[in-house]
Design a protein around this ligand. Sequence first.
Ligand SMILES: *[C@@H]1O[C@H](CO)[C@@H](O)[C@H](O)[C@H]1NC(C)=O
Ligand SMILES: *[C@@H]1O[C@H](CO)[C@@H](O)[C@H](O)[C@H]1NC(C)=O
Ligand SMILES: *[C@@H]1O[C@H](CO)[C@@H](O)[C@H](O)[C@H]1NC(C)=O
Ligand SMILES: *[C@@H]1O[C@H](CO)[C@@H](O)[C@H](O)[C@H]1NC(C)=O
Ligand SMILES: *[C@@H]1O[C@H](CO)[C@@H](O)[C@H](O)[C@H]1NC(C)=O
Ligand SMILES: *[C@@H]1O[C@H](CO)[C@@H](O)[C@H](O)[C@H]1NC(C)=O
Length: 380
Amino acid sequence: MIQQALGTGWVQSTMSKGVRQSSSNTYLANANTRPNLTVVINAMVVKLLSTASPSKVPAFRSVVFTDGRSTSGTPTFTVQATKEVILSAGSIGTPQILQLSGIGNSADLTPLNIPVLVNSPMVGRNLIDHPLLPNIFSVKGNDSYDDTLRDPVQFQNAINQWAANKTGFISNNLINHYGFARVNSSLITIPDPSSGPNSPHFEMLFVNFWLDFAVSVPSTGNFLTIVSSLLTPTSRGTVKIRSTNPFDAPSIDPHMLTTDFDVTAMRESVKAIKRFAAAPAWSDYVIGPFGNLSATADADIDAYVRQRTTTIFHPTGTASMTSKNSTNGVVNPDFTVKGTSGLRIVDLSVLPFIPASHPQGPVYLLAERAADIIKGIVSL
Ligand SMILES: *[C@@H]1O[C@H](CO)[C@@H](O)[C@H](O)[C@H]1NC(C)=O
Ligand SMILES: *[C@@H]1O[C@H](CO)[C@@H](O)[C@H](O)[C@H]1NC(C)=O
Ligand SMILES: *[C@@H]1O[C@H](CO)[C@@H](O)[C@H](O)[C@H]1NC(C)=O
Ligand SMILES: *[C@@H]1O[C@H](CO)[C@@H](O)[C@H](O)[C@H]1NC(C)=O
Ligand SMILES: *[C@@H]1O[C@H](CO)[C@@H](O)[C@H](O)[C@H]1NC(C)=O
Ligand SMILES: *[C@@H]1O[C@H](CO)[C@@H](O)[C@H](O)[C@H]1NC(C)=O
């Protein structure tokens, strides 16, 4: 059987009895009673401390944290690892903590008067994310979820029902179908950024209501949203701290849609979605594109793409993994941080490329692999 991700189908979810199954209520819940596990809540890591002697590779086995509910940053507490610290703060938090600790690109740290303990030029570089574009169509009838979602009483009733016995329409993923497709290769003028001829460039999510994070639903009307998301973006952004205050959010520049491929692929996804929604099977339901989705000229579609694109929140790549003797990365294949000892990173920031998928499965695979390496079950 040929394994391929192309085509449309049912969304798969990690859920059980009407409740989402996250790594918290599965992995962590199963380990929570272990005597050798302590989970500290309301804690925010301020920085890692180096115990370097000048001639040696700096060790980062001390973690300074504070009460994450305060903004004063005091008092602070320090824990010392006997073996290793594993940093898992994600593609935004991980480079932020590294930079606060003096591990980063000296061009980012020096202007903030942070001593460069480890000059690691790629920290906070190579930010990759899946652009998300909500393509909205007006539809006939009132079978979409819009009336229910607009009506606070109906919506509260649905929440109450879910709270009471985990049933009702919000006990399910509100998005039940998706599709994966490729851009016609005649339009790709760079080496194909997908992982092969059976792998998608973009995803479509079919949503039975108005779904636009940036624009709230009009007071009347019923809608079908077909989200497009670029799975193989070639644009790269940055995450940089703006000050030495760990409570200051870092500057995140997604730098989206900054390559010809990314713009072309988003434009083609819009055209594909409009062809799909114009198919005869939809004629008794879809009225037509809403708002600037009605654009037909390439330049107008590009303008619409730039007006409406946001993120699907899959940031990846800001502490990327490269081979052991490469300096063009932040971690080694065993997840250790280059130029340090006693420190590993295990989260999506280490992937040098973004997977052409939703990241929950890939990050579990990555973490299982890291666990096997750390426990010595596999060696490299
Ligand atoms: C921690 O506790 C679990 C469950 O009791 C045990 O399986 C595991 O080996 C312990 N880990 C260490 C590092 O001692
Ligand atoms: C939905 O449409 C049906 C048929 O036109 C109508 O009877 C019903 O009142 C409508 N429901 C709402 C909530 O508007
Ligand atoms: C769940 O609660 C709702 C609202 O109270 C009720 O209508 C429904 O029958 C209940 N379902 C089950 C399976 O208990
Ligand atoms: C791809 O584009 C070429 C050139 O425009 C066209 O001949 C071909 O039919 C297209 N293929 C698909 C699958 O649309
Ligand atoms: C639609 O396009 C016009 C012309 O570019 C623009 O002024 C307007 O803001 C766009 N509407 C939305 C909702 O983005
Ligand atoms: C790493 O070093 C090995 C052995 O010296 C060499 O064969 C390999 O090409 C190097 N890899 C990179 C990415 O430099």
